[in-house]
Design a protein around this ligand. Sequence first.
Ligand SMILES: O=C(O)c1ccc[n+]([C@@H]2O[C@H](COP(=O)([O-])O)[C@@H](O)[C@H]2O)c1
Ligand SMILES: Cc1cc2nc[nH]c2cc1C
Length: 342
Amino acid sequence: MAVLHPDAGLAARQRQSQLTKPAGSLGRLEALACWLAERSGQVCPPLPQPGIAVFAGDHGVAADGVSAFPSAVTAEMVKNFTRGGAAINVLARAIAAPLEVVDVGVASPLPAELPIVHARVRAGTGNLRTEAAMSLDECRQALAIGRASARRLHAQGVTLLIAGDMGIGNTTASACLVCAFTGATPEDIVGLGTGIDDARRAHKVAVVGEALARAQAAGAHDGESWLAQVGGLEIAAMAGLLLEAAALGIPALLDGFIATAAALAARAIKPAAADWWLASHRSQEQGHLRALAALGLTPLIDLELRLGEGSGAALAVPLIQMAVRLHNEMATFAEAGVSGAA
Ligand SMILES: O=C(O)c1ccc[n+]([C@@H]2O[C@H](COP(=O)([O-])O)[C@@H](O)[C@H]2O)c1
Ligand SMILES: Cc1cc2nc[nH]c2cc1C
């Protein structure tokens, strides 16, 4: 696990107090720059360079009618990612972020020549309502796939990692994980995902309740066993990316509800890793704020998104870069000859 640099954090806070603005007037951007200073070990941290891995996986529970869309959309969207037509492609181009797409567990066949990382552990999870989503060994494989993505992006010069997700049914798996790691009830956490109606949501609440009872009886007790019982292959890969970010000593930016569920699982596996994660946005998914609060995180923005793919995190990157540039490039009172507070 990479170490923090409290000395650089302290010096950054001192620098903030000397910049030509009333103390605190740049609000959370000030703390954000100091947070990055504490992690980079530099009072003026380098501009974060984002990189994105989108992990795709299918969910056996989708057969229970918990999503507004069929499982086939997962593979169809993977193809869309390779053609550059999805929201995350547009955003990745706009923030100049390398983007890799990883098949961790899509159910439908994908052509071998498709320019993605072919790392399918199995063709979709088991139905988490009635059986383990995956075995412990498959869960560990998926974690390792996410770690490998983090290392590949880091080797390309990336210093701010984003894990995106694509998986029809994955808000059901994520709701299970959030309940397991926070103690909240399914009624508190389950949301509308891709846009289900209230009747389907009531059914989804019941499915999550059944899954949690089954997993508990099956002995789920820690990060890996909960992930294996009620998680998803792409969610485990996202958790792996988050753990590797901390090991590499580079921050990771959480996207929405699925990324936050992955973060709760990753923290259960390695608590100190959570020091390296930031929340980007508040998703519309009902339980998201509660999941973030359990991690002690407050989102930077709320644009009423509910897309996934890493889209909310990508949108927050320019804000983070502005926080760093303000911190690094503003003049101090002494440099500018401006009088301090009376
Ligand atoms: O990131 C979020 O907060 C988010 C909220 C709702 C839906 N999604 C996306 O929608 C899909 C899951 O929705 P569902 O209804 O199939 O569970 C999956 O591909 C996610 O990326 C993502
Ligand atoms: C079209 C579509 C695109 C997505 N991107 C992430 N989740 C998604 C779900 C659907 C249905």
